[in-house]
Design a protein around this ligand. Structure first.
Ligand code: CP
Length: 339
C-alpha cells in the first residue's frame, strides 16, 4: 500500500470510511490492542484543545504506541511556512526541516492549525497542514484546520449507534448556525456539511443569511456528494421551517466569510441572531431529533441547559467516539505503511 495522509474525508472512499467506522466500533467494544505497538505519533498543536489532545494521546497509549505533544511557538520553536523567505522574523526553523526531522523520529504526524482569521483567501489554502503533508515522509492527520475530519467520523458513528443502523439515508439533518460572541472557525460546519451529504442524508443548512454560506469548495463538495450518494441539500434562513420534521440537529457557530478580517462589521448581524440558539421550543418542532455539537459549547448561548441535559443530546457520545475513530485512523495509516 502507498502512504496515505488523512487530511479530509473527501480523499477517502465511502467503503474506506465505512471500514474505519466499523473498526472504531470494534475499538469501542475492546479498548486495548497492539496495532500501534512500537509506533509513535507527534501531535502538533498550534491552537488549544481538550478532547483532541486527550483522545489522541490516550488512543495511542491504548494501542501500545506513544504520543509526543508539541506546541510550536510555546514548547517548540516557532515555524516558518513560506517558501523562499528570508527568515528574519519570529520563526526559528522551517517546516521543511520540522516535518522531515519528525519523520525520522515518529510514524505519524498530526496537526491542529486554525485559520488566522485575517484573510479567508489565504486561510482557505490550509497551508500549514499541506506543508507538513508535502515535506513529511510519514502520514499526516488533520486534527482540525479548516475542516475537522476526526470530528466527522465521531459524529457519524454517534448517529449510526443512536439510530442502530449504519445507513443514515432518509434522515432529515439540520446543520444550524448558532450565535457566539466571537467569530469562530468554519471547520466543523464545513465538515458537517460534507460528511452528512456523504452519508446520503437530507441536509438543511440553516444560517442567518447568505453571508453565512460556507466556502464554495465545501458547498460544491456537498452538491457533488448529493449527486453521488442521494439525499438532498437545502438552504434555509428560517429556524421554524428548518427544524420541522428533523431527525438530527447539529449546531455550530461560525464567522461570515465575507466579513473575514473586519469582524466589527459582522458583529451587529451576529448579535441580531441570538435567537438561533437551540432550545426546547425548536427541538419540539422536530421528529424526535437527536441533538449534537462538537464541543466545547457555551451553554445558554449556543444551546440551552434543557437541550444539553436532555436524552436527545448525544454530544458526549460523539466526544467519546473521537477516541475510537482516531484509533481506527492511526491503526489504518500505520498498517498502510507496514504492508
Ligand atoms: N471537538 C474538539 O476538537 O474539541 P477540542 O477543541 O477540545 O479538541
Amino acid at each position: 500500500m502507498t502512504m496515505r495522509h488523512f487530511l479530509s474525508t473527501q480523499d477517502w472512499s465511502r467503503p474506506e470510511l465505512d471500514a474505519l467506522l466499523a473498526q472504531a466500533a470494534q475499538f469501542k467494544r475492546h479498548r486495548s490492542g497492539t496495532a500501534l505497538a512500537g509506533k509513535s505519533i507527534a501531535l502538533l498543536f498550534f491552537n488549544p484543545s481538550m478532547r483532541t489532545r486527550t483522545s489522541f494521546e490516550l488512543g495511542a497509549f491504548q494501542l501500545g504506541g506513544h504520543a509526543i505533544v508539541l506546541q510550536p511557538g510555546k514548547d517548540a520553536w516557532p515555524i516558518e511556512f513560506e517558501s523562499g523567505t528570508v527568515m528574519d522574523g519570529e520563526a526559528e526553523e522551517h517546516v521543511a526541516e520540522v516535518a522531515r526531522v519528525l519523520s525520522r523520529y515518529v510514524d505519524l504526524i498530526a496537526v491542529r492549525a486554525f485559520p488566522k482569521f485575517q484573510d479567508w483567501t489565504v486561510d482557505r489554502e490550509d497551508r500549514v497542514i499541506h506543508a507538513f503533508a508535502r515535506h513529511a515522509s510519514v502520514p499526516v492527520i488533520n486534527m482540525e484546520t479548516i475542516t475537522h475530519p476526526m470530528q466527522e467520523l465521531a459524529h457519524i458513528l454517534a448517529l449510526q449507534q443512536h439510530f442502530g443502523c449504519a445507513d443514515l439515508r432518509g434522515r432529515k439533518y439540520v446543520l444550524t448556525w448558532t450565535y457566539h460572541p466571537k467569530p469562530l472557525n468554519t471547520a466543523v460546519a464545513n465538515s458537517a456539511l460534507q460528511i452528512a451529504t456523504r452519508f446520503g442524508m437530507d441536509v438543511t443548512l440553516l444560517c442567518p443569511n447568505r453571508d453565512y454560506l460556507l466556502d464554495a469548495r465545501y458547498m460544491e463538495f456537498a452538491r457533488r456528494n448529493v449527486a453521488e450518494n442521494g439525499g438532498s441539500l437545502t438552504l434555509s434562513h428560517d429556524p421554524q421551517e428548518a427544524y420541522r420534521g428533523a431527525h438530527v440537529v447539529y449546531a455550530k457557530s461560525w464567522g461570515a466569510l465575507p466579513y473575514f478580517g473586519r469582524w466589527a462589521d459582522e458583529k451587529p448581524i451576529r448579535d441580531a441572531h441570538r435567537h438561533f440558539i437551540v432550545d426546547e421550543a425548536k427541538m419540539a418542532l422536530t421528529d424526535h431529533a437527536v441533538f449534537s455539537h462538537c464541543l466545547p459549547l457555551r451553554r445558554n448561548v449556543k444551546a440551552t441547559d434543557a437541550v444539553m441535559d436532555s436524552p436527545a443530546c448525544i454530544a458526549i457520545d460523539e466526544a467519546e467516539n473521537r477516541l475510537h475513530v482516531q484509533k481506527a485512523v492511526m491503526a489504518r495509516l500505520v498498517e498502510g505503511r507496514d504492508s
